[in-house]
Design a protein around this ligand. Structure first.
Ligand code: HEC
Length: 149
């Protein structure tokens, strides 16, 4: 009886650990999704001409993007060792084998966003800025993001 209780306790503990790891993975993914919202949900639509250029909306999206990108090194500090259930993208374990290099990929993104804040004055100049930011996002994704499906 005692043994059964111990085994159950151990099982519960490991279930708890897996749930915590899921939470970490979900939190990391949510940060990226928030960036995606500003980048593709707002800015790309202006670039494509689907939404008219609105300086205030563009500035707000760039400011949101800048704030989120700054959180990447901290939010990706714990290694969840699991993927978000049923996700399209996951994190490569290379992140935690080479965290300084991963973190270093954030700096060029921030720089491109700061530059964009000064140059994006209409849809055409926003397109140039958007492409510059996107290239830096991709530079990290190529190494550290895994396509799961
Ligand atoms: C330092 C590395 C790094 C940088 C910089 C980075 N990303 Fe990511 N991104 C990741 C990793 C790792 C994942 C996979 C994590 C996941 O989706 O669970 C990811 C996933 C994503 C996803 C997919 C989310 C999903 O639905 O699963 C989007 C969208 C995204 N990033 C947008 C961006 C945008 C936009 C930028 C630039 C403004 C950016 N990322 C910059 C590392 C980075």
């Amino acid at each position: 009886m005692k043994r059964v209780l111990v085994v159950t306790g151990v099982l519960l503990l490991s279930v708890g650990a897996v749930v915590a790891q899921q939470d970490v993975a979900v939190q990391q993914q949510n940060l990226m999704k928030a960036q995606g919202k500003n980048m593709y949900g707002v800015l790309l639509k202006v670039v494509k001409g689907e939404t008219p250029f609105d300086q205030a909306a563009v500035n707000a999206a760039l400011a949101g993007l800048e704030a989120d990108v700054a959180k990447i090194p901290t939010v990706f500090t714990p290694n969840p060792k699991v993927d978000v259930v049923d996700a399209t993208f996951g994190s490569s374990q290379k992140i935690w084998q080479n965290k300084p290099d991963f973190d270093a990929k954030v700096t060029p993104v921030t720089k491109a966003i700061v530059d964009a804040k000064g140059t994006a004055k209409d849809a055409a100049s926003l397109k140039v800025a958007f492409d510059a930011i996107q290239a830096k996002c991709t530079d990290c994704h190529e190494t550290y993001r895994v396509k799961l499906k």
